[in-house]
Design a protein around this ligand. Structure first.
Ligand code: KG4
Ligand code: ZN
Length: 348
C-alpha cells in the first residue's frame, strides 16, 4: 500500500488558532490530517487557585502568549506564514474575551499574509481531532467512516450527534443540565480535589471501589438526552452525611463510584444510538474523552469500531481547528475580516 495515499481532497496547509477557553494554541495541518506542528500553552496553573477558569485572567494571558505560540507552531513546522493556504480560527462557542484574542490574531495574519480566514466551531474541531495523525508516521491510520455516531463530552457540552458526511451533523440529544466535564469539575470540588476535576477524579478513582456507593444514573429513556445534576446532588448528599458524622470522606471510593456512573450512562447511550441509527463507527471527542475508564469501556465493546483521539488531542488544541478548517477550506468557506466571535454557537 502507498504509505502516503493521494488525498481525496486538494492539498493545503492550514494554520489553526484556538483560544476559546484557557489554552492558547496554534498548529499546522497538511491535507486535513497530517500534523506538522502543535503548540499549546496551558493556563491551568493560573486558574487553579480560583477552582475554575477566571475569564478575564484567561483573555489577558492569551494576549501575552498568542504570538509566541503562533511563531512556535510555524517554526516547528519549518514554515512561514507564506507557506500557509489559510488561517482557521475558533469562532465559538467559548468565552467571548478569549475568543476575540484568537480571532483578532487570525485576522491580522490573514490580512498581513493575504490568506483566507476560516471561522471554525470549537465542537466541530473536537470531532475532527480523530482525523489528525503525526505527519512523520510511515502510514496514515484509516480516517473515520460515515455515518458516525459522535459523543461530544467536554467542560461545556455533552451531546450525541449523527454525522452523515463531512461537516454534516444532526444533534440527537444533549445534556439538560451539567455537561459531563462540568460534573467532573463540580464533584471534584465537593471531594476537595484540585481543578481541573476530570484528571483529579480519575487519579483518585484509581484507588477506589466503583461499587462502593450506588449513585443514580439518569437514563432518560426515549430520548438521546443526558442529565448529571441528580448525580452531582447525590454526591453532595453523601458528602454532607459524612461531614455530619464527622467521618473522613472516602474520596477514592466516591470518585470511583461517580466516575462509574458517568461512564455507564455515556457509553450505554452512545452504543444504543449507534445501533438505532445503524452507523458504521463511533467517535468520542472533547476533554472528557481523555478519561481512562471511558476510553477503556468504549474500546472493550466489540460492536462498533471506536475513534478516540490520542490524549494530547482530547483537550483543547489547535490541530483539531486546523483539521476542521481544512475541510471547510476545500468546501469553499472564506470568511470576511469583520467576522465576529460567537460565544454561544451550536454545532447543528
Ligand atoms: O474540551 P475541553 O478541554 O474544554 C472544553 O471545551 O470544555 O474539556 C475540558 C473538560 C474539563 O471539564 C475537564 O475536567 C475534563 O474535560 N477532563 C476530564 C479528563 N481530562 C479532562 N474529565 C474526565 N477525565 C479526564 N481524564
Ligand atoms: Zn474543548
Amino acid at each position: 500500500m502507498d504509505p502516503k495515499p493521494t488525498p481525496a481532497f486538494p492539498s493545503a496547509r492550514i494554520l489553526g488558532i484556538e483560544t476559546s477557553c484557557d489554552e492558547t494554541a496554534a498548529a499546522v495541518i497538511e491535507d486535513g490530517r497530517g500534523l506538522l506542528s502543535n503548540t499549546v500553552a496551558s493556563q491551568i496553573d493560573l486558574h487553579a487557585k480560583y477552582g475554575g477558569v477566571f475569564p478575564e485572567v484567561a483573555s489577558r494571558q492569551h494576549i501575552r502568549t498568542i504570538y509566541a505560540i503562533v511563531d512556535q507552531a510555524l517554526q516547528q513546522a519549518h514554515m512561514t506564514l507564506s507557506d500557509m493556504d489559510a488561517i482557521a480560527v475558533t469562532r465559538g462557542p467559548g468565552l467571548a474575551g478569549s475568543l476575540v484574542i484568537g480571532m483578532n490574531t487570525a485576522k491580522g495574519l490573514a490580512l498581513a499574509g493575504n490568506k483566507p480566514l476560516i471561522g471554525v466551531n470549537h465542537l466541530e474541531g473536537h470531532i475532527y481531532s480523530s482525523w489528525v495523525y503525526p505527519n512523520d508516521v510511515p502510514k496514515a491510520p484509516p480516517a473515520p467512516q460515515f455515518p458516525l455516531m459522535a459523543l461530544l463530552v467536554s467542560g461545556g457540552h455533552t451531546e450525541l450527534n449523527l454525522i452523515t458526511d463531512h461537516l454534516t451533523y444532526k444533534r440527537l440529544g444533549a445534556t439538560l443540565d451539567d455537561a459531563a466535564g462540568e460534573a467532573f469539575d463540580k464533584v471534584a470540588r465537593l471531594l476537595g480535589l484540585t481543578y481541573p476535576g476530570g484528571p483529579s477524579i480519575q487519579k483518585a478513582a484509581a484507588e477506589g471501589n466503583p461499587q462502593a456507593f450506588v449513585l443514580p444514573r439518569a437514563r432518560l429513556e426515549g430520548t438521546w438526552d443526558f442529565s448529571f445534576s441528580g448525580l452531582k446532588t447525590a454526591v453532595l448528599r453523601l458528602v454532607r452525611q459524612f461531614e455530619e458524622k464527622s467521618l473522613p470522606l472516602p474520596v477514592a471510593d466516591m470518585a470511583a463510584s461517580f466516575q462509574a456512573a458517568v461512564v455507564d450512562v455515556l457509553v450505554t447511550k452512545t452504543i444504543k444510538a449507534a445501533e438505532t441509527y445503524k452507523v458504521k463507527e463511533i467517535l468520542v471527542a472533547g476533554g472528557v474523552s481523555a478519561n481512562k475508564s471511558l476510553r477503556e469501556t468504549f474500546l472493550a465493546q466489540k460492536q462498533f469500531p471506536v475513534h478516540i483521539p490520542p490524549l494530547y488531542l482530547c483537550t483543547d488544541n489547535a490541530a483539531m481547528i486546523a483539521a476542521a478548517g481544512y475541510f471547510r477550506f476545500v468546501k469553499g468557506q472564506r470568511d470576511a475580516l469583520d467576522l465576529d466571535v460567537l460565544p454561544t454557537w451550536p454545532l447543528s
